[in-house]
Design a binder for this molecule. Structure first.
Ligand code: HEC
Length: 265
């Protein structure tokens, strides 16, 4: 092999570089070419794999006395030999600079999103326009509860939920649908006592109809992925899926009387 170095030191370096490339690019990208699923590797795992590779290299170079001597030679040369002085000087500057850079990276203030100060349940508007019509939210009850059979509405709501909401809010209504991890804020769990259990159905109707874009400013700072369902569902369909949410999660909606007695969302 023409490009393969002869000195154990450079051989070791070459092995480590190849190991690094294999770990960082090979593991995530090669298996998919063969149709095997894979994923990017977290840094901590890269560090672990690299340490394993390093231990392997060290075992190999120290395996016999001659090779060990040859391996140590470049270190020795850089530290004492007169003609290696420039390299020595460069390393004397670069190494502390590198450590300083890493230390700086650790302590510098981060620009990440602050840990959520959003109001999850901002006050709903007193009325909304739904598909062009004005609907009063204040005092509004779910009309389907006094019309037809609850079982029918539940069944209809169920198929609406599984067609439209499952991917985000999850099979178990726990907010852990397949897409949920991609969103900030994450889809809410309807099992949680902090969500629909403490809301009136009119509030839930408003949220489903208007989605994330319909949230007032205090619902920020980050964009909610909750779609505005008035674009896809009829009024009755939204009421039906609301019934499904409460029945399936085993919660009862708050009523407007309870509200009047003094409760915030
Ligand atoms: C693309 C992902 C996505 C889909 C699909 C989705 N939601 Fe959401 N939903 C969210 C996110 C994210 C939130 C939390 C942020 C927010 O409140 O807007 C949310 C919040 C809600 C809330 C507010 C609950 C509360 O306590 O305030 C309700 C109600 C809701 N979704 C119902 C539904 C229904 C019903 C469907 C299906 C018709 C649905 N969602 C489909 C992402 C989604």
């Amino acid at each position: 092999m023409r490009f393969w170095p002869k000195e154990p030191f450079w051989q070791g370096v070459a092995v480590l570089v190849m190991a690094f490339l294999l770990i960082v690019f090979g593991i995530p990208y090669l298996p998919p070419l063969l149709g095997i699923p894979s994923a990017p590797i977290p840094n901590s795992v890269v560090v672990q794999y690299m340490l394993t590779a390093l231990v392997g290299v060290l075992l190999w170079v120290s395996d016999n006395q001659t090779r060990w001597q040859q391996f140590k030679q470049p270190f020795h040369a850089v530290m004492v030999e007169e003609r290696k002085k420039p390299i020595r000087m460069i390393l004397l500057v670069l190494l502390p600079a590198l450590i300083g850079f890493i230390a700086y990276g650790r302590v510098k203030p981060s620009l990440d999103a602050p840990p959520s100060f959003r109001a999850i349940h901002p006050a709903p508007p007193s009325s909304i326009t739904f598909q062009g019509r004005t609907i009063e939210i204040t005092g509004l009850e779910n009309p389907l509860r006094t019309r037809g059979s609850l079982d029918d509405h539940y069944e209809e709501g169920k198929s609406i939920y599984y067609e439209n909401c499952l991917a985000c809010h999850g099979d178990l209504l726990d907010g852990l649908g397949h897409y949920s991890h991609g969103f900030n804020p994450t889809p809410l769990s309807f099992q949680d006592v902090g969500t629909i259990a403490q809301l009136a159905e009119s509030f839930v109707f408003w949220r489903i109809a208007k989605g994330g874009v319909g949230l007032p400013n205090e619902g920020g700072p980050w964009n909610s992925a909750m779609p505005a369902w008035e674009e896809f569902l009829t009024e009755d369909e939204i009421w039906a899926v609301t019934i499904f949410l409460y029945e399936q999660a085993g919660k009862t909606p708050r009523t407007w009387e309870e509200h009047a007695e003094g409760g915030e969302h």
